[in-house]
Design a protein around this ligand. Structure first.
Ligand SMILES: Cc1ncc(COP(=O)(O)O)c(C=O)c1O
Length: 354
């Protein structure tokens, strides 16, 4: 099966090879070296001097961590799909008051809307933005939104789960306080690890936070990282080895720009191929995601049927999400996808649509 999934995605051969290594303790010299190197590589990748922590969880764990460490009372969630909604639920289930700024499915959060919302809700402490909304294949205009958040002096949490590794992220320049992803997306690592950059302002907030729990306490991550180049619990060592390996490959193969060029090349091929078959994309023009193409199903067959029939032909795409299950299907552009697989997948889709 050739994977065009939206996570977990196919892993590059070097990642799978690295994960076969024998284990060592997370208190050993070997681990500390890998941990230090991974963190430094992530800092370079994200263009940040903030600390970057490694979490033994998926990305949703970091959503919970931001809420528990950095929000005392109230936050604003920008919602343009299922994962923005999840952030709001995470906030509320942790006892926080959540303001919502929700757009119609397929439409981005705009700087104007955000500015208006923050002007009328000056008491929110932090703003959560989903950079790439995987459920609808939409990329929000993060650099412009970040400027608005900073103008209002709020903390900024960025869910970059389906963006980091495939799209540019300039954490310091854009003023992102917490920026996180899961391993099973663009970095092409098996699930079980999340990474997040955490700013000084976010750490100060964590210092004051009450009832933030132990497992996701940013101050404990900071302490163990500074003092031991490790974590306060047992981390997912194979995933960290694999991520370190992959970041090293990115650096030696021409840096992150080269990686982003590969993503752009693949997504262009996918979009042009799909549109060439007379199909249209779900999100508003100009905001299509570079990592997930959400396609309106043809009139004759549902999105679910496209998904099933492509599976029979050896290609695992992704189903439409939630209420879009029948109306759309999605084609992932994350992880290990050689360019020739894209041609093969488009040929199979063409046969199906015809
Ligand atoms: C944009 C986005 N945010 C959050 C999540 C949740 O991440 P995880 O499944 O790693 O907890 C996902 C998962 O697909 C996602 O695409």
């Amino acid at each position: 099966m050739k994977l065009f999934t939206v996570g977990p995605v196919a892993c590059p051969p070097e990642v799978l090879e690295e994960m076969k290594r024998q284990m060592f303790s997370h208190r050993s010299k070997e681990y500390k070296e890998v941990h230090r190197q991974t963190v430094e590589r992530l800092q370079r990748f994200l263009e940040t001097e903030n600390q970057v922590f490694l979490f033994p969880s998926s990305g949703s764990g970091v959503m919970e961590a931001t809420v528990r460490n950095c929000v005392e009372r109230k936050m604003l969630c920008c919602i343009s799909g299922a994962f923005g909604k999840r952030y709001a639920q995470v906030g509320e289930s942790n006892g926080k008051e959540v303001e919502r700024l929700e757009t119609m499915l397929g439409k981005p959060t705009t700087p104007e809307l955000l500015d208006e919302k923050l002007s009328s809700s000056p008491d929110v402490e932090a703003v959560a933005i989903t950079y790439n909304e995987t459920s609808v294949g939409l990329l929000n205009p993060l650099p412009e939104l970040a400027k608005v958040v900073k103008k209002h002096g709020k903390l900024l949490f960025v869910d970059a789960v389906s963006a980091m590794g495939g799209v540019e992220l300039k954490v310091d320049e854009w003023g992102i306080d917490v920026c996180f992803t899961s391993s099973q997306k663009c970095f092409g690592i098996p699930p079980g690890l999340a990474v997040a950059s955490v700013s000084e302002d976010a750490l100060k907030q964590s210092e004051r936070a009450k009832d933030k729990g132990w497992y996701f306490d940013f101050k404990l991550y900071e302490k163990y990282q500074k003092e031991q180049s490790s974590t306060h619990m047992t981390p997912p060592v194979p995933q960290i080895l694999a991520l370190n390996k992959e970041l090293g490959v990115i650096e030696t193969e021409g840096g992150k720009q080269k990686r982003f060029e590969l993503y752009s090349k693949r997504i262009r091929k996918i979009k042009e191929g799909v549109e060439g078959l007379g199909l249209s994309l779900f999100p508003q023009k100009g905001y299509e995601s570079p990592t997930v193409t959400c396609v309106n199903a043809p009139k004759e067959i549902s999105g679910l049927e496209v998904y099933e029939r492509m599976r029979e032909r050896g290609f695992e795409l992704a189903k439409g999400y939630g209420e879009l299950k029948e109306r759309t299907f999605r084609i992932g552009n994350m992880g290990y996808i050689p360019l020739e697989y894209v041609d093969e997948m488009l040929q199979a889709l063409a046969d199906l649509v015809k």
